[in-house]
Design a protein around this ligand. Structure first.
Ligand code: GLU
Length: 300
């Protein structure tokens, strides 16, 4: 078996909280147990929301937890030319189309479809705008005019291009057991692969970088499980190897809500300022604390 490669890939658009700590610790511990490598990747394609102090916070918080990682760290903002080149190959294959819709227009087009119009796994209505059907000459003119546009995957064309059925491997780190899961990327509709402000989206960059970095085990939160279906399709389109996946349960706060930056969960740096030790932070993660040989599952 090749040496396992794990990664923790935060977006520096907020302070890390205990949920991030749990995910990072689990990845690092699994790498340690399996004689593997542990990488850190900074997912900073969103120039509006990414901030240097949050990135510095990632390094400080992870070091405080006792983690170390390989250097140099891949920062996605430094790899835009590579993402743009990949996007070009999909364009050349006729699998992308430019979408000029503003957010408000996209919401209106979807609303016009009615309440039953399907939503993607993130809860956003599937794209319902007219851009897919624009004549090539109009597309070219609007692009030449500098009109802002995203690049969407023509899902039906992509599915026809990727030999199916598509599956991904769900890996249980406790037992080592694996099971094949059928990928249903169609649930994402015409997903954005190139943003208006960057020649990539999360989905494209994460797939290209996992492959570039030789990641063999993607261990991330259950909130990203549905995204794996789309990632599997992109791997097939690019002919990339597919890692195995483990989507760990999300930590819940005292009210049973998932910990998230938006819920103002206590940042690790605040815990630190309050005098909490790394050992106590690990203990607060509770069942998730990954001691050698311990289960990564709640006992109850
Ligand atoms: N950057 C993503 C996040 O912070 C995680 C990406 C991944 O693990 O695939 O939610």
């Amino acid at each position: 078996m090749p040496q396992p490669v794990f990664r923790f890939a935060p977006s520096p658009n907020g302070w890390l909280h205990l949920g991030h700590a749990a995910s990072a610790l689990l990845n690092a511990e699994l790498a340690r147990r399996m004689g593997g490598r542990f990488l850190l990747r900074i997912e900073d394609i969103d120039a509006q929301r990414s901030r240097p102090e949050f990135e510095a916070g990632v390094y400080e918080d992870l070091a405080w937890l006792g983690l170390s990682w390989e250097k140099p760290v891949l920062r996605q903002s430094e790899h835009m030319a590579r993402y743009a080149a990949a996007l070009e190959t999909l364009k050349a294959r006729g699998l992308l189309y430019p979408c000029f819709c503003t957010r408000a227009q996209a919401a209106r087009f979807a609303a016009e479809k009615g309440a039953d119009w399907p939503r993607d796994p993130d809860g956003a209505p599937l794209h319902a705008g007219p851009c897919r059907a624009l004549p090539a000459a109009e597309r070219a003119r609007r692009i030449a005019d500098g009109e802002p546009h995203a690049w969407r995957l023509a899902m039906d064309a992509a599915l026809a291009d990727a030999p199916g059925p598509l599956t991904w491997t769900d890996w249980n780190p406790d037992t080592g057991a694996t099971r094949l899961v059928e990928a249903r990327p169609v649930a994402w509709g015409d997903a954005v692969l190139g943003r208006k402000d960057a020649p990539t989206s999360y989905h494209l960059a994460v797939v290209l970088d996992d492959a570039l970095q030789g990641v063999t085990h993607v261990v991330r939160g259950a909130d990203l499980e549905a995204a794996t279906d789309l990632h599997r399709l992109l791997q097939a389109l690019f002919g990339l190897p597919t890692p195995v996946y483990h989507h760990h349960p999300l930590l819940l706060d005292a009210d049973g809500r998932k910990l998230a930056k938006s819920l103002d969960s206590t940042p690790l740096r605040q815990l630190r300022a309050e005098g909490v030790t790394p050992e106590e932070a690990r203990a607060r993660i509770g069942w998730f604390s990954v001691r050698p040989g311990s289960s990564a599952r709640p006992s109850s």
